[in-house]
Design a binder for this molecule. Structure first.
Ligand SMILES: *[C@@H]1O[C@H](CO)[C@@H](O)[C@H](O)[C@H]1NC(C)=O
Ligand SMILES: *[C@@H]1O[C@H](CO)[C@@H](O)[C@H](O)[C@H]1NC(C)=O
Ligand SMILES: *[C@@H]1O[C@H](CO)[C@@H](O)[C@H](O)[C@H]1NC(C)=O
Ligand SMILES: *[C@@H]1O[C@H](CO)[C@@H](O)[C@H](O)[C@H]1NC(C)=O
Ligand SMILES: *[C@@H]1O[C@H](CO)[C@@H](O)[C@H](O)[C@H]1NC(C)=O
Ligand SMILES: *[C@@H]1O[C@H](CO)[C@@H](O)[C@H](O)[C@H]1NC(C)=O
Ligand SMILES: *[C@@H]1O[C@H](CO)[C@@H](O)[C@H](O)[C@H]1NC(C)=O
Length: 786
């Protein structure tokens, strides 16, 4: 139970009083995210009991006490990040010998990084980035060698001005993250880097590194992110990189990497982001196109030759392809239309020929397409008018002709998008197209003459043929129900179900809900299915069965549970669904032995958004789920999310956007207008989705006992975002690796803000699922890109 108003935003201003030193038993001091100014009273660092201090993100100045006598504390955490504290980091800080986590980033510290930090035997996290610190010959790395618990070293943006010493190999193998970007590091990357065998992130961008990417990097078997952008590294990429099983991000942009991308890259299936722009690479190996989970491929400004193969269409997950400023030739393959997640496409400044494929109009997520400065011909396909997110479009300096489309996004494009195409016309700002050309009129005249001369006899014959054709067509086109029947195996009998569930044994029980129970069933043919048995005694169960059949029969989507078959007798009704070995999102969120990380949660909520977007906007009738909650989101073996349980689903007829209902969905997740007057619309689902977003990232149920009529889940979130999201975020999300704290914080903040836009009191102010999906995809992209 919550007492008081702990979630109201307080900001403390002024200075920290000297008297704080009188608190002889002070252990924990948290004052982050306020507007405190002045210097930190020296007395604070003479409190021997002090264990955790965080005064990050204030406006503190002054310096830290350096005379002996201070710092004999119990400090484990000292976080002063984001202030204006200057002077040197005192050597005596090491008398706080229990120090585990030290954050002094974003301040004005100068002078040498004290080598005494090496005396801190418990040190885990050392973050000194964004100061003016130095360390002659990087001797700090020799001292830190004795810190055997180190996990993270971040020294970015300090004028270290030295070469990386070989004794970097002496650092503890416990190190997971190593950031030394913008530090004026020169010379080669020492081979010893390969001894840091637990390294997960290596970031050395914007230095002056030369030589090649060392092959010892391939000894780092759990390496996930390598950022060496903006250096002077040369020679081809080492082939052994393909063997790193976890490698997700490679950023070697703005270097002098030459030659071939190794052809084994297709085996590096963990790759998500490849940034190799501005190098001297000459080929894209065929196998690269088989990386079906790749999100980003940036290869602009290299020396690529050859054509783009149709296999491009296999990059199903990709969101960004930038291949501009190369020497690519041939035509744009029509399979480009298969890239349904692509947001950014640039093929500018190449030698591409042929026409712009019609299929480009299928790239529903596309926001930006730059095809300028090629040799493209033909017309701009009218299909592009349906690209509703397209904001930037450039086909300047090609050989395009014909009428510029004028609808949809083209309403907003200026002539800047179409320059240097002599034969283009129409559009909003271009010269008008000439009316009906000579060819047309001649052809139609000819047609008229033939028709007239053939006379009435032909017309009679013609109508007979048409009549016969119609009859045949009517017979051959199957109805939707029939086509469903052909893709579904025959009905399964009660006996088979009874056997498969060992007589509906409790040990096969997967769960039970409003209208029945779900069992796991193993069938004679080896198939494992989930069997939803409707309890026909309960009022509404039959209707629920019918609703669910109706929905699942007609809908097909990657993120909706598939119905395999059904069993229906007079007194027994069951649906046979795909079995989901990983249970539900609810089970994952609220159990102590399972854990979903940031990306997994994001991915699952993106899956749910995909499913809802399809239900709301992608199918001929509007489908409202009406009972969205984490227990209705099932997870397959790869943790892909599936929206399930369509028992309360409403199919809204044509032109209908709201329905009345009496069936009650689950408390906590239902929109106010649904709860009070029973109005069902797509916006109700959006509301439930918003609540689910909050639950997924705070791990609080909307009906948690801390919420009541005075404090709803929404207002709780609203009070903490964006100022203090860390107060409400699921701590387990931040815990397992305390790394990327800020990135995670920022990401969750954005998610919770999105959730607030989904849950406004007034349905009309809520986003729709198209917008929600676009937003959450963007949030993920931002998170992955830093
Ligand atoms: C720190 O506190 C001790 C007593 O707890 C006192 O003797 C000592 O003088 C103080 N040191 C400084 C520098 O104030
Ligand atoms: C720790 O404190 C003692 C006593 O004040 C001082 O002599 C010594 O230099 C300090 N150690 C460090 C590493 O500063
Ligand atoms: C690094 O470790 C080696 C032994 O593993 C030792 O010989 C060498 O002196 C160490 N280098 C430094 C700078 O500590
Ligand atoms: C680094 O690894 C190499 C090869 O595995 C080994 O010979 C060397 O002793 C290691 N260096 C340190 C300081 O552990
Ligand atoms: C990819 O891996 C498989 C087996 O691990 C291997 O047989 C194949 O040669 C590899 N492909 C490339 C291009 O290296
Ligand atoms: C055109 O731009 C305006 C303002 O940027 C935007 O609100 C509108 O939706 C755009 N229209 C289309 C059709 O993209
Ligand atoms: C399209 O590309 C041309 C040439 O590169 C450039 O001048 C023009 O500004 C671009 N148009 C837009 C809308 O970005």
């Amino acid at each position: 139970m919550v007492i008081g108003v702990p979630f109201v935003l307080h900001v403390i201003i002024g200075v920290i009083p000297r008297e704080i030193g009188n608190l002889h038993k002070l252990e924990i001091l948290y004052l982050q995210f306020n507007q405190l100014s002045g210097s930190i009273p020296e007395e604070l660092f003479n409190i021997s009991t002090l264990a955790e201090v965080s005064i990050a993100r204030n406006s503190l100045s002054g310096s830290l006490p350096s005379s002996s006598g201070y710092w004999r504390t119990n400090l484990e955490l000292l976080n002063l990040a984001g202030n204006n504290i200057g002077g040197v980091i005192p050597t005596s800080i090491s008398n706080s010998s229990f120090l585990k986590r030290l954050y002094l980033n974003y301040n004005k510290f100068s002078g040498q990084i004290p080598n005494s930090l090496g005396d801190l035997r418990h040190l885990e996290v050392l973050v000194l980035s964004n100061n003016s610190l130095s360390s002659p010959h990087l001797s700090i790395f020799a001292s830190l060698a004795s810190c055997t618990s180190l996990i993270e070293i971040k020294l970015e943006n300090n004028p270290l001005n030295a070469a990386l010493p070989e004794y970097i190999a002496n650092l503890s193998t416990s190190i997971i993250n190593f950031y030394l970007d913008r530090c004026d590091i020169r010379g080669q990357i020492p081979l010893g880097i390969g001894n840091l065998s637990n390294l997960n992130t290596l970031s050395l961008s914007r230095n002056d590194l030369t030589g090649s990417v060392p092959t010892t990097l391939c000894n780092l078997h759990i390496l996930q992110r390598v950022n060496l952008a903006y250096n002077r590294l040369s020679r081809p990429l080492p082939e052994c990189l393909c063997k790193l099983p976890e490698l997700g991000l490679v950023d070697l942009s703005y270097n002098r990497i030459s030659g071939f991308i190794p052809s084994c890259i297709g085996n590096a299936t963990s790759l998500r982001n490849i940034y190799l722009n501005s190098n001297r690479i000459t080929n894209i190996p065929m196998s690269l196109w088989s990386l079906k989970d790749l999100l980003v491929l940036h290869l602009s400004n290299n020396s690529l030759v050859g054509s783009i193969p149709p296999e491009l269409g296999k990059l199903k997950a990709i969101t960004s392809i930038i291949l501009s400023r190369n020497h690519l030739s041939g035509s744009i393959p029509s399979t480009v239309g298969d890239l349904q997640n692509l947001l950014y496409l640039s093929l500018a400044f190449n030698e591409l020929q042929g026409s712009i494929p019609d299929s480009l109009g299928k790239m529903i997520s596309l926001e930006s397409a730059n095809l300028s400065n090629n040799i493209l011909s033909g017309t701009i396909p009218k299909s592009l008018e349906s690209l509703r997110y397209l904001k930037n479009f450039n086909v300047s300096f090609n050989r395009l002709e014909g009428e510029i489309p004028s609808e949809g996004p083209f309403l907003n494009f200026t002539s800047q998008s179409f320059m240097g195409n002599e034969e283009l016309c129409g559009g909003l700002l271009f010269r008008p197209c000439m009316t009906r050309s000579f060819h047309h009129s001649r052809r139609s005249k000819l047609l008229l003459i033939i028709l007239v001369s053939l006379g009435a006899a032909v017309m009679v014959l013609g109508s007979i043929i048409v009549f016969m054709l119609r009859r045949r067509r009517n017979r051959n086109i199957p109805t939707q129900a029939e086509s469903f029947a052909t893709t579904t195996p025959a009905r399964i009998s009660y006996i088979e179900i009874e056997r498969a569930t060992q007589g509906f044994d409790q040990c096969n029980l997967l769960g039970s809900g409003g209208f029945g129970t779900v069992y796991k069933g193993m069938f004679a043919n080896g198939m494992t299915l989930a069997i939803k048995v409707f309890n026909l005694q309960i009022e509404g169960a039959l209707k629920s069965f019918d609703a669910e059949c109706e929905v699942l029969r007609n809908l097909r989507h990657r993120n909706l549970t598939k119905v395999i078959s059904s069993c229906t007798n007079l007194d027994f009704k069951a649906l046979l669904l795909e079995y989901m070995p990983n249970g539900s999102l609810e089970q994952w969120l609220h159990s102590d032995d399972r854990f979903l990380n940031m990306i997994q949660r994001l991915d699952i909520m993106i899956d749910v958004a995909f499913a809802l977007e399809y239900l709301h906007h992608g199918y001929e009738t509007v489908v409202v789920h009406s009972d969205l909650k984490p227990s209705n989101v099932l997870l397959d073996e790869k943790l892909v999310g599936y929206v399930s349980d369509f028992g309360l689903t409403k199919l809204l007829g044509e032109g209908e956007s709201i329905a009345h209902t009496k069936t009650l969905a689950t408390m906590g997740y239902i929109a106010p207008e649904y709860g009070s007057v029973g109005l069902v619309s797509r916006r109700c689902d959006v509301y439930s989705y918003g609540i689910m977003l909050m639950e997924t990232f705070t791990r609080k149920r909307p009906y948690d006992e801390m919420f009541d009529e005075n404090l709803s889940m929404r207002s709780w979130v609203c009070n903490s975002v964006p100022a203090m999201p860390e107060d409400i975020i699921d701590v387990t999300l931040m815990e397992p690796e305390k790394t990327h704290f800020q990135e995670k914080l920022h990401c969750v903040s954005s998610i919770l803000e999105l959730a607030l836009h989904c849950t406004t009191e007034s349905p009309n102010e809520r986003l729709n699922m198209i917008e929600v999906l676009a937003n959450i995809k963007k949030i993920k992209l931002e998170f992955l890109c830093k």
